[in-house]
Design a protein around this ligand. Structure first.
Ligand SMILES: [Zn+2]
Length: 200
């Protein structure tokens, strides 16, 4: 009887501990989405709501890209956890992508860049950079160009061998923003096809 009770408790603990987590193929996070309302309930003190310019706001653009990534991945049969900026869950995935657009003062000093932890494979990062350089016709600003990129808080929200933050371009640069704005869906589809290629 006692053994049975232990088994029931163990099963219950396993069920409750996984209730808040998802085990998926891909985590897709839209940078800044849901802020500032999501900051206080999730104990976020640096409530950065993202870049903005006359062309648009990062917080509006990132969900459009993230939704397009998610739609294309799901259509390919992959399991996706689509996340906003702040959320209580801790996920497990094969790839986690964090979607952003950069801002710069002075304008046009930046471009596209990526952030990633040391656990992400160089091959994965290089494959993305090679692919995106063939699509994005502006400046490549580099890798882990800021502490916010290299030590992005979102990296701690998921266990995944490949985690990468993408700054698709600089929305405070008029020329880049004019190119990016009509391509938000296309950026999402491009990213999804890259991910599908990596998971094959
Ligand atoms: Zn951002």
């Amino acid at each position: 009887m006692k053994g049975f009770l232990v088994a029931v408790v163990v099963a219950w603990l396993a069920a409750t501990s996984t209730a808040h987590a998802e085990n998926v193929d891909v985590v897709v996070q839209a940078g800044h989405e849901g802020r500032p309302a999501s900051c206080a309930p999730n104990h976020v003190h640096a409530c950065n709501i993202g870049a903005s310019s006359a062309a648009g706001r990062e917080i509006v653009w990132t969900p459009i890209v993230a939704d397009a990534v998610t739609k294309t991945l799901r259509a390919a049969g992959l399991r996706v956890a689509r996340r906003p900026a702040d959320y209580p869950q801790h996920d497990t995935a094969r790839i986690a992508i964090f979607i952003h657009f950069d801002g710069s003062d002075p304008p046009c000093a930046s471009g596209t860049s990526v952030g990633f932890p040391s656990t992400t494979s160089r091959t994965f990062v290089a494959a993305w950079e090679r692919a995106y350089r063939g699509f994005f016709p502006f400046h490549v600003a580099g890798e882990n160009i800021s502490s916010n990129e290299e030590h992005y808080y979102g990296f701690h929200k998921v266990d995944a061998p490949q985690k990468m933050l993408i700054e698709y371009g600089e929305l405070t640069c008029p020329a880049q923003a004019a190119w990016l704005k009509p391509r938000l869906h296309a950026l999402g589809e491009f990213t999804a096809h890259f991910i599908i290629g990596q998971l094959r």
